[in-house]
Design a protein around this ligand. Structure first.
Ligand code: SIN
Length: 491
């Protein structure tokens, strides 16, 4: 496809890596293809970086850190602010690039650009507000204070589902703190990251502060460098729990500071005292956002028996109105999945559930007529514990309903998972709202709301969903070290 024909500013379509302020190919000159997941058409080719290329990017970030760490916070704030403004100015082009390589509908891509840019806006405001403490020392002839220093060069590994926002959520706090970064762009969707690099250049971010590299086949080898290189002091990763465990193992050799946002399997509980219209709205936001491909998507929908049939029918009626198709078509509400492996995984979850007694009320099959990456919007009733979907994240457009009788049962079902990223519940009982929010073993709770994402809110999980918080006032903590300074005074 000719993506440049869709752009007002064609220089946002960059296809080389961005290292030390320059556009560079892999030393081997190898590239990989970036295809549109809707049509499978070829969009562009990007450099297949290898470990040596990656080391050059780390060296660029190391060099830039020597000066960037001393750049005043107010200047860092202005750079981030300018980058935010450029993203907003180029929203339509950035959205077109996201839709081309990720497949999500253009309206969702625009929402993502605004969400992504908001992390730069937020952290531009946080940069001048990084405070240390003064503490009364136990020894009266000493004075004690803490200073927050940038941790150093950071390796940031980003996923394909939000090709802009998952990068800005990491880069924003890193730069606000005075760190420099090497970003490994997602192999499935690297062009958005490279467009962000072009805007970083225009914003005046000094050379080497932001380095963006691409690889597909070499992803593991590039990850190996970012997780073992002694110059890198911090790794932030968003992706699956399985890969997170591997990276953590690698990082242990040099004991890097880590923040990991890994898989979820969000419970979504509807109590019989809930406002069902509000719960329906929440479920549409949580379950079907970008066709179910977010870590905070509802995966297990638990509905109290008295309202079970009514609520399930409301959902079926609502999702019948969705229009699945190409993201560039204006009427499309839901796009394709990212690749055929994703379709296969969703199909396996549906088949497993059906084989164990679930009922398909809608969908349940790939939509081959639209292309190999499409799966129909699916509603499954009569789900039971033990089905595959209960312990694996589906990452697709499947609303799976489990009936329950009591609050205790709902909490036990919700917490019956190794992961704990987001959880949602709906109730009008104020006491229950406190009780259940406290009982859920997750990092983020939505009470009578299905959309949690906000740059001012701490995003992150518990259990095997990882650790560390992104966004919010806590986001900067992940990129600083607290240095204690004890000063003896003569008296
Ligand atoms: C994710 O899927 O990892 C991020 C979702 C969000 O930020 O809303």
């Amino acid at each position: 496809m000719d993506l440049s024909a869709k752009l007002k500013d064609v220089s946002l379509l960059q296809t080389k890596c961005f290292v030390h302020g320059k556009w560079v190919s892999a030393a081997s000159d190898k590239t990989f293809a970036v295809d549109n997941p809707s049509t499978l058409q070829h969009i562009a080719s990007c450099p297949e970086f290898d470990p040596k290329d990656t080391e050059a990017a780390v060296a660029a970030a190391q060099d830039a850190f020597k000066t960037f760490r001393h750049v005043p916070a107010r200047t860092r704030a202005r750079l981030l602010r300018r980058w935010y403004e450029l993203m907003m100015e180029h929203m339509d082009d950035l959205a077109s690039i996201i839709t081309a390589e990720n497949g999500k509908p253009l309206a969702d891509s625009r929402t993502e650009v605004a969400y992504a840019a908001s992390f730069f806006e937020w952290f531009s405001e946080e940069a001048p507000r990084i405070y240390g403490d003064t503490i009364e020392a136990s020894n009266p002839s000493c004075r004690l204070r803490t200073v927050k220093e940038p941790i150093g060069v950071c390796g940031l590994i980003a996923p394909w589902n939000f090709p802009a926002a998952m990068i800005t959520r990491k880069v924003g706090p890193a730069l606000a703190a005075g760190c420099t970064v090497v970003v490994k762009a997602p192999g499935e969707a690297p062009l958005t990251a490279l467009a962000l690099a072009e805007l970083a250049r225009r914003a005046g971010i000094p050379d080497g502060v932001v380095n963006i590299i691409t690889a597909l086949e070499n992803t593991a080898a590039v990850g190996q460098v970012l997780t073992t290189h002694p110059v890198i002091k911090k790794v932030s990763f968003t992706g699956s729990t399985g890969v997170g465990k591997l990276l953590m193992n690698q990082c242990s050799i040099t004991l890097k500071k880590l923040s990991f946002e890994l898989g979820g399997n969000a419970p979504f509980i509807v109590f019989d005292d809930a406002n069902l219209a509000v719960a329906l709205r929440g479920l549409m936001a949580s379950k079907f956002r970008i066709s179910g491909q977010t870590c905070v998507c509802a995966n297990r929908i638990l509905v109290q028996r008295a309202v079970y049939d009514t609520f399930v029918q409301m959902v079926v009626d609502e999702v019948r109105q969705f229009r699945v198709g190409d993201g560039y078509v204006q009427s499309t509400t839901h796009g394709p999945l990212i690749h055929q492996r994703a379709v296969q995984k969703v199909a396996t979850h549906v088949q497993d559930a059906v084989a164990r007694g679930a009922r398909v009320l809608l969908g349940g099959e790939p939509l081959h007529s639209l292309g190999p990456n499409y799966f129909g919007i699916t509603v499954l009733a009569d789900m039971k514990p033990g089905m595959k979907l209960c312990y694996e994240e589906t990452f697709g457009p499947v609303a799976a309903f489990f009936p329950f009788d009591t609050e205790e049962e709902a909490i036990a079902l919700a917490n019956d998972s190794d992961v704990g990223l987001a959880g949602y519940f709906f109730s009008k009982d104020a006491n229950r709202c406190y009780r259940v929010a406290e009982a859920l073993e997750v990092g983020m709770v939505g009470v009578n709301v299905g959309a949690l994402s906000d740059p001012v809110a701490p995003f992150g999980g518990v259990k095997q969903s990882g650790f560390g918080r992104e966004g919010s006032k806590y986001g900067i903590d992940e990129f600083v070290i607290t240095k204690m300074v004890m000063t003896g005074i003569d008296d």
